[in-house]
Design a protein around this ligand. Sequence first.
Ligand code: HEC
Length: 95
Amino acid sequence: MNLSTKLISRIFLGLLFSSTVLAAPDINAGKESASVCFNCHGAEGNSTNSNFPTLAGQKPAYLANQLRAFRDGQRDNAMMKNIASSLSNKDINNF
Ligand code: HEC
């Protein structure tokens, strides 16, 4: 992935995740944390692998709820539990 694609993806996901939240999100922090998600969920959240759901276009409130559900064990998936367990509510809101 070249640098500009990478930057565009980060900005896109930063906006995607941050536009949801009621508490003022830290967009830069959100962009930093979202970069790890691209490894599985694809650039800009557009997955090319059917094992990983596409996140792009999903409602931000839905994404935040799913992240909390993975973290708190209401939704069971080993990979996402691993990822989400290190996220605080503030981290999730920053996405
Ligand atoms: C190691 C690979 C991997 C990484 C890294 C990863 N995910 Fe996931 N994610 C998955 C898989 C696999 C699923 C599907 C889980 C299922 O089927 O229940 C998933 C599901 C999700 C869902 C639910 C989507 C839906 O349609 O219900 C959300 C939201 C999500 N991930 C967000 C994130 C975020 C945000 C990050 C970065 C902090 C991230 N993921 C990083 C593998 C990953």
